[in-house]
Design a protein around this ligand. Structure first.
Ligand SMILES: Nc1ncnc2c1ncn2[C@@H]1O[C@H](COP(=O)(O)OP(=O)(O)OP(=O)(O)O)[C@@H](O)[C@H]1O
Length: 597
């Protein structure tokens, strides 16, 4: 936690440097002003009773009024500057967090629920990072104010100081203990809170809405959510109860000590050893110290809680890279010979079974290779390895003989175009949805249209209310957007799929084209059109096509059948059919479905 606190200080210093002087100065001022007011009040009272120079007393009274004015406006000025600082530190913290996320070149972290949880908490921490500074300044302000009152009191009466300290020290110790306990409780309930968050998200998610309604599982999920809520509430109630008890006892004790001290001070004034001003200072000190302690304890609790969240932020920002990146990468050129998987073994973690087991495969330059096989055979996994989203657990993947682990990942990916099974639907304009495939095509309507024509989606997009400028999806629209005629168009599943194809096609001149089930959402007529287009586009280019519709891959130069992570058959369609193995069996089964009954 100390290391996290130091990291937070460095981040704050880096983000706000000069701007930090203002809140620090305001903190010093807001700690000093109440002490100054108490001291001036004491002096005025003493002078009135001594009937000293009236002019002097008036000057002091004016000074109290000015100090009161400062005390009234200081919190608002502080709040304004705290907000400004919060924004500045937050902007830098966000930038660093998502720059760190981008540094993860693979997918492993994003497929790990624990990491995703941590990222969510890190994001929350980046949102509230400025409050750490605010909490720190509250503690400093409270400590300075307490020290100020104690110092002033000590100069008047060491005995009164001792009484105030007696009231203060046990309260501080107990409140600190309670704050630690509350922080532990926060950690204890966080898994249940996360599960509750998961259920609440599910109940309001558009993706889940269809199944929740059709299966009638809303009440079941709500029950699960409330169960987690009740578990959290039980722990919170226990902590609140303990706090109530401790704080009531402390409050009574503090009041007894303060009341006893006040009686003693009045008696001392009666005897003449204290002045009326001393008594006013005593009363102000008790109230001031209590207020300062309250602020300090609040600051400690907020700081502690903030640091616990910040720990997740530090863990993400300082996480090592997920896959080793070569210090001096081997340059990679256009594909000349081919890509080779050499005895590739892969499993997602040591606890998972092997997804690929000793795969040896050559994808020769300029050829179309089709990968087929049952669900879970390892086809998409092989694609992930080709894009270096994961590294093989054993074996190697070679690009013209160069191990892709020795190449800079971004250089490798520049050479690949792909449509993944779970392609993205971006809440952007239709044109942008295509141009994202090659960011240099943003605004280049001719290239965007050419890609759309190739994916056979041009006519659909051109007919939208604002053509390619039409915003897609109704998600995330605010009130202003709703008035905008360009917004609010929702495409069908197959239309989105063609858009994803166009996004891959705009990456023309890439060496390897990967299509992981590019036509699963298309109707039969559309599928045959798309495959004609694919063959034209793939002509002379190296491509890897994954499909469950074997009719669409029969023209491939090489068909590879994967089963439980092992290549069980390979060859052109005709050879595989005459071998009468798994491929021929699957092909015949599908062919029967297309025969008239
Ligand atoms: N992120 C992951 N973490 C752990 N295991 C995974 C992950 N992704 C896939 N697997 C497992 O790896 C194996 C191969 O999955 P893969 O998705 O590569 O199969 P596939 O041949 O593409 O299947 P499909 O035809 O259903 O798309 C499966 O057993 C699957 O459960």
């Amino acid at each position: 936690m100390v290391a996290d606190a130091l990291f937070a200080v460095r981040l704050t210093w880096h983000s706000a440097r000069g701007a930090l002087l203002v809140p620090v100065a305001l903190t010093l001022a807001s700690a000093a002003v109440p002490v100054v007011i108490a001291w001036l009040t004491k002096t005025v009272l003493d002078r009135i009773l001594l009937a000293s120079d009236q002019g002097n007393v008036l000057v002091l009274a004016c000074a109290i009024a000015v100090a009161g004015l400062v005390a009234a406006v200081l919190p608002h000025i502080t709040e304004f500057f705290d907000g400004e600082l919060d924004r500045r530190i937050g902007a830098v913290a966000f930038d660093r967090l998502y720059a760190a996320v981008e540094r993860f070149i693979g997918l492993g972290r994003f497929e790990n629920p624990e990491f995703l949880d941590r990222l969510r908490l890190a994001d929350q921490s980046a949102h509230s990072i400025g409050r750490l500074l605010d909490a720190g300044l509250s503690v400093v302000r409270g400590a300075l104010m307490t020290a100020g009152f104690i110092g002033v009191l000590f100069s008047v009466s060491p005995a009164i100081t001792a009484v105030v300290l007696m009231a203060v020290v046990p309260t501080l110790a107990a409140e600190l203990a309670l704050s630690r306990r509350r922080a532990r409780m926060t950690v204890e309930v966080s898994p249940a809170e996360r599960r509750e968050f998961f259920y609440s998200q599910l109940l309001s998610s558009v993706d889940a809405a269809k199944e929740i309604r059709l299966f009638g599982i809303g009440a079941f999920l709500r029950g699960r959510m409330l169960r987690e809520r009740r578990a959290v509430d039980t722990v919170r109630r226990r902590t609140d109860g303990r706090e109530l008890l401790v704080q009531s006892v402390l409050g009574a004790l503090g009041t007894l000590i303060a009341g006893g001290g006040l009686v003693w001070a009045i008696l001392a004034a009666w005897r003449g050893s204290l002045t009326v001003g001393d008594i006013s200072l005593f009363v102000a000190a008790i109230a001031g110290v209590q207020a300062a302690l309250g602020a300090m304890i609040g600051g400690i609790a907020r700081g502690h809680h903030g640091l616990l969240l910040f720990d997740h932020y530090c863990a993400v920002v300082n996480a090592p890279t997920d896959l080793p990146v070569p210090a001096s990468p081997t340059p990679i050129g256009p594909l000349r010979e081919g890509i080779e998987l050499r005895d590739v073994w892969f499993r997602y973690s040591a606890d998972h079974p092997w997804a690929l087991r000793g795969v040896n495969l050559r994808i020769p330059y300029g050829q179309a290779v089709a990968l087929v096989g049952r669900n879970g055979a390892g086809k998409s996994t092989l694609v992930k390895l080709l894009c270096r989203f994961y590294d093989p657990t054993r074996g190697a993947i070679l690009w013209d003989g160069v191990d892709i682990r020795s190449v800079a990942p971004e250089r490798l990916r520049e050479r690949v175009a792909a449509v993944f099974q779970d392609y993205m639907e971006y809440d952007l304009t239709a044109g942008e949805n295509i141009a994202l495939g090659d960011i240099s095509a943003i605004g280049d309507q001719a290239r965007i249209t050419a890609a759309a024509v190739r994916a056979d989606v041009h006519e659909t997009l051109a007919a939208l209310p604002q053509g390619y400028e039409t915003m897609l999806s109704r998600m995330f629209l605010d009130e202003m957007d709703k008035a905008d005629p360009r917004s609010g168009v929702v495409l069908s599943g197959g239309q989105w799929q063609r858009l994803a194809l166009a996004r891959a096609f705009i990456r023309e001149h890439r060496d390897l084209l990967i299509l992981d089930e590019p036509s699963s959402g298309l109707d039969a007529e559309a599928e045959s059109e798309i495959h004609r287009g694919l063959r034209a586009y793939g002509d002379g280019r190296t491509s890897l096509l994954i499909s469950h519709r074997l009719g669409s891959v029969r023209d491939a130069d090489l068909i590879v059948v994967l089963d439980e992570g092992v290549i069980v058959e390979r060859g052109p369609h005709a050879d595989l059919m005459s071998a009468a193995g798994q491929y021929a069996q699957m092909f015949s089964l599908q062919a029967i479905d297309y025969q008239p009954h």
